[in-house]
Write a protein that binds this ligand. Sequence first.
Ligand code: SAH
Length: 341
Amino acid sequence: MSDKNSITPLNVDEIYTFFTGKSDDELKKLASDLTLAVHGKDVLLRGLIEYSNYCTQDCLYCGIRAENDKITRYRLNEEQLLQLVNDGFAAGFRTFVLQGGEDPVFDVKTQCRIVEKIKTSTNGECAVTLSSGMLKRDELLQLKSAGADRYLLRFETSDEKNYSYLKCGESLSKRLGMLSDLKELDYQVGSGFMTGLPGETDEILIKNLQICSEFNFDMVGIGPFIPNPDTPLGNLTGENINIALKCVSMLRLALPFAHIPATTAAGSIDQTGREKMIEHGANVLMPNLTPVSVKANYLLYPGKICLDESGQQCVGCMSLRMKSIGRNISFNRGDALRLNH
Ligand code: SAH
């Protein structure tokens, strides 16, 4: 694989000129070559556990928003959660992503205890990623001290007005402020955005990519927005996957060393969407380890895939899918590559 010094990421100006001046095919080829040079043929697996769909927030796009009374709410208890981690660990996983709505029952004390227990029961061998929404700096510090390694928080869109509209008056600068806090507190930081949101323009997409580049995120997830009929944006029509694919390629060129997941949303609007994302520059997959009995209730958007499959079945399926495009799944921890150099 390539020496870090021989690779030059796109700078902020080049993000603009490449986005506006190169064809999708050119971008795909450049990104695909770069991905193979930096990350090889391995696609990293992260075990995703959706621990709760209770949420105090009312984001207009999201199926688990507080006001949606059409879904059945659930939360895993600590024992169930640890059991999932232990089963996943035995199956080979070395990274777990705990994601949920902003659920007051999973307060910071509880999250700290869970992180500590995961670390102890896996001999400190696995990386824990949290994705539980907005937290204060001192709470992030407590979680870091408890052993959390990574945090995932998408900024969703770089357009301040749109952000505030989509998130009921919340401010983008607060979200970006938390991402800065995470960096300062030495987390491996993941972020990202949706493509195809209402009001989206090329300028906004370019700004999204520039923000990712300026923050130098360790992980970036991009997913196509999929309108959910049980939300205020339910009447919109979703886009196809092409813009998301273009953004993945651009992101790879801007952040050669970042971990970029082929997202579930991509696989949900296009049967081979995840394979396409890998071929456009992604290098991570996130099998869903949430128990089948509750999985269908973490319904951010309709058409979500793999709802009747166990985590193990997901791994088998992903392995075959990756083989079909000449890649191999890998259970490596997949720490941020900047930490290895
Ligand atoms: N509460 C956490 C996790 C949110 S769900 C947080 O705020 O970070 C994870 C991601 O799903 C969101 O960040 C959003 O980008 C994506 N998502 C939500 N609704 C969606 C939809 N309708 N279509 C596509 N992606 C969606």
